[in-house]
Design a protein around this ligand. Sequence first.
Ligand SMILES: [Zn+2]
Length: 620
Amino acid sequence: MSARPSPSPARALCRRGVVAFGVFVGGLSGCGAHPRTSAPSAEDDRGRGAQVVLRGKETPAAGYDVLDYDASLRLVPETRAISGRVRISVKVRAASPTLDLAAEGMILDAVREGGDARAHGMQDGRLRIPLEGAAPGTTRTIEIAYHAWPSRGLRFGKDAVFTVFHTERWLPSSDLPGDKATLTLRLTAPAGLTVVASGDPVAREPLPEGLERHTFRLGIPHAAYLYGFAAGEFHEASRAAGKVGLRFLSTERSGADLERVFTGTEEMLRFFEGRAGVPYPFAHYTQVLVQGGSPQEVAGFAVLPADYAESVLSEPREDWMIAHELAHAWWGNLVTCAGWADFWLNEAFATFMVAAYKEQRWGADEYGREVLLARRSYGRIRQRGEDRALAFPGPVRAKDVSGPISYAKGSAVLYLLRHQLGERAFWAGVKAFVQDNAGGAVTSDALQAAMAAASGERLDGFFQQWVHGTGVPEVVVRHREEGRSLVFEVEQRQQGPWSFPLQLAVETDAGRESRTVAITAGRQEVRFPLAGALRSARADDGGHLPFAIEHPRPAPMLLQQLRHEPDVAGRADALERLSGLCRDAGETQECAAVHEAMRERAEDDTSRLVRKMAADALAP
Ligand SMILES: [Zn+2]
């Protein structure tokens, strides 16, 4: 028998999402972190009044800053083509820069400025347009006419046409995540389709030949990778969440089904707004279910795979994907990594905020489940030899940041930071991080600064170990009784001790005591008074650490822990160890008791993760 839980359907989807994203990032190149150098510019569109504080934008090393894209595009489903033109306005920061755009697979029809043709070069999917004579401080507008049959980035699916991450496949654009700009998108499509796109709908006009033009305006600058649209013959349900109109679209599901699938959206929105301290920035939030879609955050809406609906309808706690993409509206879309080197910030926060939402919606067991799944995923990454620092020391290409590490290790590090700082300081830091940077672009230093200010700790060691460093400490805990005391001996076996908070717990027949101690040395002892007969000694009580600790315990204590540890990590850990002990032992008396306890857990545990692990462990 095995105590390793097989991945849940949700995790399988999650991995698909990551893989899909891996494909996405592979198509982008040549961008990295740049220090913030520009003051907030006069051209910043302030969106909906003062609701969103817009900060200075990243200035690409190239010496200009994209301010606005004004695109008029025609969608031709019969030939799977897109064609049109985009006017790109840039603020010149250095004399005579070269506009360097991602334009993968595009066929250029014209490049003009003020009606005059402009010299340009197209190589390896990059369009370069020298802005000769451009003086710093001036604004230039270049018009590019083009057409394309995108093999990626735009999917002509069974039930809908929708964009998939690769903006550069349908719109020549900057692929620096920190280079945020506003967007006007005029999309001409066959008449009668419902169209959703980044920003707010402005106009819908009939055109000759059975066509319609839909116009959208994204007035709050966003990174171009967050631009997108979806068009189809959708069923629709809608609901108001305060000032925000929620829309749910699908070609398959009825309005009533959509209401049920997305029933938690309003509560999520309120929760994220509360934690961010910044209102959701748009008048609408739309969620579109499409066949063959990957989970994807877009400015003002989200695309979700159609089959995900079934998993939420059969298990409402599988609401993670809805929460993840909505969380990006703040963490990723408003507060964006300055370069791909700090991409982990986007995904770690979206993943973390899912767990935080689930904790308040479904209880501590669901938070514990997310924490444990992240720790395990990070463990598998290390086993594969794919561990790395969350933040890269210098500029990297987008394809270098693909894979699950930003999600798994990233969220595990935030779970630990929350535990280390405590509720007040941690959430104050999260709020300051969003409020100070909404509309802007950040590096890991901005997160450290916000958390340091909120907690009064510098956190250099924490960020050095967990964000800029690689690996985890190898920790062995032993416990022994000494008279009326229980002594924990904590040993770090790796070269050079790490610093981390370790929560230790002792349970006797007189009660339970749990205490967090700062581990800073290679070997430390921690003493607890024993008020009665020892039942349980526990290292990493609550399961806050991003790695597992080795802690040998006798089977009777593990049995006690399997039944009575208050947290998911404690019961899951006992279950795995007992299952390991009895895997090859046959039906000894002790293992008969273990199997009995596992059957009990499979039936009665409050956590669906522990129930599933117990059932898997018992399966022949
Ligand atoms: Zn994400």
